[in-house]
Design a protein around this ligand. Structure first.
Ligand code: 6PG
Length: 295
């Protein structure tokens, strides 16, 4: 049964609609609250894991950092979801990491380990963390590129192809550790980079844009009223230079999907052309074309 019929059947049956998304623009699904966004993210993880394992024999997924994915990890570790994944065939990577030890409160790996990895039967050998705490972070980035080279197939352009990459977005439009105005956003050949982020006065390790664009699927989780302005700007796509989250454009038919909550979506209607808005709110709009990346 196709999703729309399913949801309206659910609605007719008086089912609770909290988990029902409304697609306000193509690739932008709006859920009632952060919990429903996280549950939807967990459902996609399960679906894509099944699809990838049946097609490729394994599932290559990169997790995002920050706070937003915590609920997603908790859902995946829950009785509702953990039994639906063949964890022995899942390989976990990260889209970025802070230059801190794995047991540091700021560690993206550390958070995922506490909330998910120690609660599901994933082999330790399938967990590929970024060792961004190493003194020579540049060499650690090369080592991580070797790990990607060992486990991932490459696309026609020679970039490693993840089956799924989860991303978040900061209020400044950064994603992974690709911050606005930093040279790394113009990186066209490296797979993994180690930008010095001035405003954090710290290094980060991050997958680069070509690797994000090579993914089969990129799913952004964006929640909270504080993200409403930047989400509107990223989806409107007029910013020049474009925000890093706007620059992510999976190629070769790759999917770019935003799972957002009502609070983060509050300003989106303002970018939907009036004549379209009468039918919108129900579904689909336009996402702007790919901004040119300077050679
Ligand atoms: C990180 C992230 C980063 C994050 C955004 C949003 O290491 O910080 O990967 O890109 O996704 O900063 O963070 P929140 O989810 O905490 O708002």
């Amino acid at each position: 049964m196709n999703p729309t019929n399913y949801w309206s059947a659910m609605a007719d049956a008086g089912e609770n609609l909290k988990g029902v998304p409304r697609e306000i623009l193509p690739g932008v699904q709006v859920y009632a609250n952060p919990t429903e966004v996280a549950r939807a993210g967990a459902r996609l993880f399960v679906d894509y894991a099944w699809q990838s394992i049946s097609k490729y024999g394994q599932f290559m997924v990169a997790l995002s950092g920050g706070n937003t994915p915590r609920l997603l990890f908790q859902f995946l570790a829950s009785a509702e979801f953990r039994g639906q994944v063949d964890w022995a065939k899942v390989h976990v990577f990260w889209s970025d990491e802070r230059a801190v030890p794995p047991d540091d409160a700021e560690s993206n790996y550390g958070m995922a380990r506490r909330e998910l990895l120690i609660r599901v039967p994933i082999p330790q050998a399938n967990v590929h963390r970024m060792e961004a705490e190493k003194a020579n972070i540049g060499r650690a980035a090369h080592e991580y590129e070797e790990v990607l080279r060992k486990y991932l197939e490459c696309d026609d352009r020679g970039f490693p192809r993840f089956h799924l990459i989860f991303l978040g977005m900061g209020v400044d439009g950064h994603t992974a550790s690709l911050f606005p105005g930093t040279r790394v956003t113009r990186q066209t050949s490296r797979w993994v980079s180690t930008p010095m982020v001035g405003k954090l006065n710290a290094h980060r390790m991050t997958l680069t844009l070509p690797v994000l664009d090579a993914a089969l699927r990129v799913v952004f989780l964006v929640v909270g009223a504080e993200k409403a302005e930047i989400l509107r700007a990223v989806l409107e796509g007029k910013a020049d230079p474009p925000y890093p989250a706007q620059q992510v454009q999976p190629c070769d038919g790759g999917l770019k999907l935003f799972l957002v909550d009502e609070a983060a979506a509050a300003l989106i209607p303002s970018i939907i052309p009036q004549d379209a808005s009468s039918s919108r709110g129900k579904s689909t709009g336009t996402i702007r074309p790919k901004p040119e990346r300077s050679k």
